[in-house]
Design a protein around this ligand. Structure first.
Ligand code: GRG
Length: 293
């Protein structure tokens, strides 16, 4: 099947599971459940949950078995976007081609919707994997660590602190690694955990996911600098507007493109060390380097 059609199938599988596994919009209090679903339903590439499914399949599990983990990671990702868009953070009005959560609802509701999605991710893991307690614990630990103060939140904190001065290259690396690459790496790792991959395989897949995640952020910076809001569905030029010293500022557009290529090549090398094959996953990794949104 053609690449785009296969990707769409995975995205649809994720979207059906999101609908099925989230509390119905009319659950009391309806406003919070509507707000949670508003941002989840607003679209998005579903990259992280798709990676969970693909990695689970790569290591011999079914995608169905990995769906709750895939939904959990999309909940965490969406919470981080809702909070990142708040006036106290990036103050963005457009996300996934729609008004951001605090514009559509209001600030208190957006804060609570983010909090609720963050919490719900762990409820999903505990509930759906409870028959295999060691798997449930491993998934909770993996996702909690990545979402916590040394990684996702830590990356965001350093990003905010750096805005007041100039970022060093080392700081930019820390931010990319923790704010972006960690959650992408965890997507691969959670899929591998569901499929009971060995610790050695998980180490390789984490490294692979980290390279993919770093490449993803470099491409995100390139899109922020060169694309437009209508194409990528979110506010662009924010780095320049905030006078942020990004990776592009240090190495230039061509340097950033070269870096994305090197990181992708490294990810492909790591993929080749794995004991199984997924031509679609390999193509996805390669295509991410040239994504337009
Ligand atoms: C904990 C508040 C808080 C923030 C954590 C993840 C994050 C830090 C902030 C979100 C904004 C941002 C620029 C994150 C970097 C990672 C990134 C490029 C996210 C966008 O991911 P896509 O392109 O989004 O996969 P879609 O909408 O397609 O799911």
């Amino acid at each position: 099947m053609e690449f785009k059609a296969t990707l769409k199938q995975y995205q649809q599988q994720v979207e059906q599971a999101l609908d099925l596994l989230l509390p119905p919009a009319n659950t009391r209090p309806a406003r919070i459940h509507e707000a949670m679903r508003y941002s989840l339903d607003a679209g998005g590439k579903r990259l992280r949950p798709t990676l969970v499914l693909l990695t689970a399949e790569l290591f011999g599990s079914s995608a169905d078995q990995a769906l709750p983990a895939a939904v959990a990671i999309e909940c965490i990702h969406t919470y981080s976007l809702i909070h990142d868009d708040l006036p106290a953070m990036d103050n963005s009005e457009l996300r996934r081609g729609k008004p951001t959560n605090h514009i559509q609802f209001d600030e208190p509701t957006a804060i609570l919707a983010g909090d609720a999605l963050l919490t719900y991710a762990f409820e999903l893991l505990a509930k759906h994997y409870c028959e295999d307690a060691s798997l449930a614990t491993a998934l909770v630990l993996e996702l909690a660590k990545t979402s916590g103060s040394t990684q996702l939140i830590g990356g965001q904190m350093e990003d905010i602190l750096g805005e007041r001065s100039q970022y060093s290259e080392e700081q930019i690396e820390f931010i990319h690694l923790n704010k972006t690459a960690a959650l992408l790496a965890t997507s691969f790792v959670m899929g591998a955990l569901v499929a009971h991959a060995s610790p050695e395989q998980i180490a390789v897949i984490r490294d692979l996911g980290t390279q993919v995640g770093l490449a993803f952020q470099v491409t995100d910076d390139l899109l922020d600098a060169t694309s437009d809001s209508a194409t990528i569905g979110k506010t662009v030029g924010q780095d320049a507007a905030a006078d942020k010293s990004t990776f592009i500022g240090i190495v230039g557009l061509d340097g950033a493109r070269q870096r994305a290529r090197e990181l992708t090549d490294r990810a492909v090398e790591l993929y080749q060390q794995l004991p199984a094959e997924s031509p679609f996953l390999l193509e996805l990794i390669r295509k991410l380097e040239h994504r337009s949104k």
